[in-house]
Design a protein around this ligand. Sequence first.
Ligand code: NAD
Length: 283
Amino acid sequence: MGMYQLEGKTAIVTGSGRAGGIGAAIIKRFAAEGCNVVVSDLGTSAGENFPDSAIGSTQEMERIAEECRSYGVQALTIPCDVRKEADVTRLVEQAVKAFGTVDIFVNNAGVGYLMQLVTEMEEEKWSAVMDVNVKGYFFGIKHAGRQMIAQAESGRRGGRIINIGSQASKSGFPFAAAYTASKHAVVGLTRSAAIELGKYGITVNTVCPNHITTGLGAWQNEFFAEKLGLTLEQYMARMKANIPLGRTGLTQDIAKACAFLASAEAEYITGEAMNVSGGEEMH
Ligand SMILES: NC(=O)c1ccc[n+]([C@@H]2O[C@H](COP(=O)([O-])OP(=O)(O)OC[C@H]3O[C@@H](n4cnc5c(N)ncnc54)[C@H](O)[C@@H]3O)[C@@H](O)[C@H]2O)c1
């Protein structure tokens, strides 16, 4: 039995099909808590700004779903490009068709590898970041929110929407104007949606991780070490020195926060942007 009495609920996590990613850790945690889960990701490369090296492939999605099934729950894989409203609509519809409800929806799919100085940023890259990190989250909130409202109106109160923000939801970072703007936008989206959906017993919160060495995180480490003229080891040591709890984040740290926010224990928490950063970010 799970820690948070989430057995039988349905959880969807976007961008959860990449091995070692935050989304994969979150979806596995929900499976371990007894939820039926939907592993969702691009599943195939979608052009120059979304290369195979940076996305969750169809095979990876299936492997993660298989790990989820080992907890004795049902797990579907549904490809979804969060930039496309029709895909997000279908994601929610298929989950409802399979499991009857959507109780937990996590907007996690994100792009953090298109980094340029703001004075050099190409419009196409800016738009790619905004389309996934802001528009994609909006579509998720819109369609999961509609489904959760319908559930509330038929007597089943409550629903949980969790957005994965970042330390860049609170502070600025060089080479990351688009990413930082997008992650700040997630906080605004969270607050407005929390106000609108509160009356249905739906909470909307953001979890803000600091650095985690996922596929994306590893790319960022190399990028920033090179920009700063440091070795990877020097860069990592410098990062750790700024973290009161003395280590960088783990994907499980974020999964734990999501499990808590999805639970009845967090029923009175909404509109928050909660840091999970070992104390590196405090506001
Ligand atoms: N790793 C970190 O240090 C860190 C820190 C703070 C916040 N985050 C955030 O956590 C989330 C997950 O990042 P991660 O580090 O696990 O990276 P990751 O690259 O492992 O995961 C991102 C996932 O998003 C998917 N994705 C990208 N574009 C998509 C699209 N259009 N539609 C659907 N899926 C798409 C990718 O395929 C991938 O599976 C992101 O929102 C990221 O911004 C990461």
